[in-house]
Design a protein around this ligand. Structure first.
Ligand SMILES: CC(C)(COP(=O)(O)OP(=O)(O)OC[C@H]1O[C@@H](n2cnc3c(N)ncnc32)[C@H](O)[C@@H]1OP(=O)(O)O)[C@@H](O)C(=O)NCCC(=O)NCCS
Length: 318
């Protein structure tokens, strides 16, 4: 089966592409047809597209995004999909080979791919020079599954020398500066990027959530009245049954004292009383953060899905 490049894809070709993206009934998520059109036509970055035509449609497709200018010191981004009926016949390998040529022509030295753990993408990429550089786990806690008394038992022995503070909405003035410093404590986490926080920026963040109509809840651990750690939760107005964990951080000099678990248990205690309509809490964890993962598992969170980012050096590609 030949692999051909699609330059300026027609509407019919985009629909055929979409058919490949939606052909796998076991896929974690399938895009809408509008999303596929936007992806193939809109393109925030330059991209090249390849497909393997078969019986009036496509058996497999590959998209290569090329952010920045040619030769930019940034990885390309690849996505390969093959219809289930055409798998294990070397088609993805041929599509990857075409994309590897595209990467070389664009002067790129590396490429990344985002995939779901536990799928065929993992052995495919690992047998073609890719290594996993990042894992993100989506965790969920169903409040109905919490054993009675679980949260109370976690709150029963507070870390010595600390007190709790909590507020809804924008941070009170007396805590704004210390909250900014605690937010900067997240800078040592692998995934976290951004400019330093200050009191103005933490207030702005609270105002932004309020402007969307959502509710921001914060629980902080204080030592001598100053924030040593905090955890934030947002209850969206559009879907208050599903609360989302925002940032949690403990200032480095206060780590190792179970503050994370204590603050998060206090947040659960507060929200279950104040917002009984909440059914589930969702959070993301970096696979490189075993402490936060352990805290969340102790609270009762379960991993729902794991996304992995794979990277390869172009010289290792076929
Ligand atoms: C991952 C995917 C693209 C592979 O397509 P494919 O055409 O079946 O792959 P190939 O036939 O080219 O496989 C080449 C090699 O990869 C490895 N491989 C691919 N699928 C595998 C599987 N299910 N289990 C174990 N190894 C596998 C094998 O080494 C295989 O060689 P072999 O068949 O001689 O043993 C396809 O399963 C798919 O579309 N999955 C859903 C979308 C997705 O996850 N895409 C990845 C994003 S980059």
């Amino acid at each position: 089966m030949d692999v051909t490049e699609l330059v300026d894809p027609t509407d019919a070709q985009i629909r055929q592409w979409h058919d490949v993206l939606t052909a796998d009934p076991s896929a974690a998520e399938v895009p809408s047809v509008e999303h596929t059109f936007a992806l193939l036509l809109g393109a925030n970055a330059r991209q090249r597209l390849w497909a393997a035509p078969d019986a009036g449609g496509f058996a497999g497709v590959a998209a290569l995004r090329l952010p920045g200018e040619p030769g930019a010191d940034r990885p390309g981004e690849i996505d390969v999909q093959v219809r289930p009926a055409h798998r294990r016949r070397g088609l993805a390998r041929r599509l990857l080979t075409a994309a590897a040529r595209g990467l070389r022509e664009d002067g790129r030295s590396s490429v990344i791919a985002q995939v779901s753990a536990g799928t065929a993408a993992v052995p495919f990429l690992e047998s073609h020079g890719f290594t996993c550089v990042l894992t993100v786990r989506e965790l969920r806690l169903r409040l109905a599954d919490l054993p009675p008394g679980h949260v109370a038992s976690l709150l029963a022995a507070p870390p010595a020398g600390y007190t709790l503070a909590r507020w809804r909405g924008v941070v009170p003035d007396e805590h704004a500066g210390a909250l900014a410093r605690a937010k900067d404590a997240m800078a040592d986490l692998v995934e976290y990027e951004g400019s330093p926080w200050d009191a103005h920026r933490v207030r702005e963040m609270g105002e932004l959530v309020a402007k969307r109509g959502d509710d921001l809840y914060t629980v902080a651990a204080l030592r001598d009245g100053v924030i040593a750690g905090f955890t934030e939760m947002v209850v969206p107005s559009a879907d208050p049954a599903h609360a989302a964990q925002y940032d949690t951080a403990v200032v480095p000099s206060h780590r190792g004292r179970r503050l994370g678990l204590w603050m998060k248990a206090a947040m659960l205690d507060w929200l279950t009383a104040e917002r009984p309509e909440i059914e589930e809490i969702e959070t993301d964890n970096s696979g490189d953060d075993p402490h936060m993962l352990a805290v969340n598992h102790t609270l009762g969170f379960h991993t729902e899905h794991e996304t992995r980012e794979y990277q390869a050096t172009v010289t290792d590609l076929p």
